[in-house]
Design a protein around this ligand. Structure first.
Ligand code: A3P
Length: 342
């Protein structure tokens, strides 16, 4: 493998600015201890980690290829679940390899380059792999972005970035799968993710977290822009729009439809194998084994929290629920995305 040469770059039509200190201080006072030095796009106001500022143009220019499969999600919408399912559909004859390698070694998580920028340390196994794949590569240009570009075979790639921050040719180039989850359960799942994170990203109350969610202050927000940008393109032949709740209710049917979209020739028995491979129990068990060596997935002990629908009811007060419902009505009005909450 060698790193491809940069082609002519498209102009990135947004700017990236620092989130104002006073906004960040207010968030920190509410318990967002891990929200420091954030940047955001302008005018779309997507808050992101600081390393994004220097990589924004590279994300916008990342070249997708016709044999790629791309998964897009808002965080906590079942990304890891669907990544495992996509990988299994593409690797039915070697499912046991999932025990050998983390999901992010099998699926390129493009956002890693700003969520967890690689330390500039040549001695780690990851950096050795990078140096071997991209001898001319520079860490600051994004390790995953360059590793993915250097991969010659069909790739599975995933990102939480909104469609508008990625290459405008994406949908016309390859198959794209989007998974949405109802905003109440996303919010609760995001809360647990930040609260349990070993980096102590959030240490406050659920009500403050939910206010920040509705205020579009969490990383990758605004939630509605994220879902809406894809929902409005759902008729595109290269796009397959899925719901977490549908997967929960009928995983066999959803995986069968997904396989058909991917033009993967799977028998019913194959689909059952994929469903079993990516079942909550199997994924949780795999994670328990793998975390013994490298620590918890994404720094979150108990990453596979419940994987259920309706967890919101256990944590939200009636008042918060009413405000959240109004927020949903205001934002879903006119686009009417058919979310289910139970
Ligand atoms: P909960 O926090 O509600 O348990 P993401 O991968 O986008 O971060 O999403 C994580 C959410 O998906 C978590 O939800 C997690 O438990 C759930 N999840 C992951 N794998 C799952 C599976 N196989 N079946 C059901 N839910 C799953």
């Amino acid at each position: 493998m060698s790193c491809p040469q940069k082609s002519t770059r498209r102009f990135f039509p947004l700017t990236v600015e620092k989130v104002p200190d006073e906004e960040e201080k207010l968030l920190q006072a509410k318990g967002f201890l891990g929200y420091t030095n954030l940047v955001r796009t302008n005018p779309s106001l997507v808050p992101l980690r600081p390393a994004y500022a220097d990589l924004a143009e590279s994300y916008y220019n990342f070249d997708f290829r016709s044999d790629d499969t791309v998964l897009l999600t808002f965080p906590k919408s079942g990304t890891t679940w669907l990544s495992e399912a996509l990988w299994a559909i593409r690797n039915l004859n070697q499912l046991d390899q999932a025990d050998e390698a983390d999901i992010d070694e099998r699926v390129f998580f493009l956002d890693s380059d700003f969520l967890q920028p690689a330390p500039n340390d040549v001695d780690t196994p990851a950096m050795k792999k990078f140096s071997a794949a991209c001898p001319e590569g520079r860490v600051e240009d994004g390790v995953t972005l360059q590793m993915a570009a250097a991969e010659k075979g069909p790739r599975i790639l995933k990102s939480h970035l909104q469609l508008e921050l990625l290459n405008p040719d994406l949908l016309d180039t390859c198959k794209v799968v989007y998974m949405a989850r109802n905003p109440k359960d996303v919010c609760v799942s995001y809360f647990h993710h930040c609260k349990k994170n070993t980096k102590k990203i959030f240490q406050g109350e659920f009500s403050d977290f939910a206010e920040a969610f509705m205020g579009n202050q969490l990383l990758f927000a605004p939630y509605w822009d994220h879902v809406r940008q894809v929902w409005l393109r759902r008729g595109h032949e290269n796009l397959h729009f899925m719901f977490f709740e549908h997967m929960k209710r009928d995983v066999f049917g959803e995986l069968k439809r997904l396989a058909t979209f991917l033009e993967a020739d799977l028998s019913d028995e194959d689909v059952r194998r994929v469903a079993d491979h990516c079942s909550f129990g199997r994924m949780q068990e795999r994670e328990q084994r793998q975390s013994q060596g490298r620590g918890p997935l994404y720094g979150v002990p108990g990453f596979f929290h419940k994987g259920a629908i309706g967890g919101w009811k256990d944590v939200a007060s009636q008042d918060l629920n009413d405000r959240f419902d109004n927020w949903i009505i205001d934002n879903n009005c006119g686009i009417d995305i058919p979310f289910t909450y139970e």
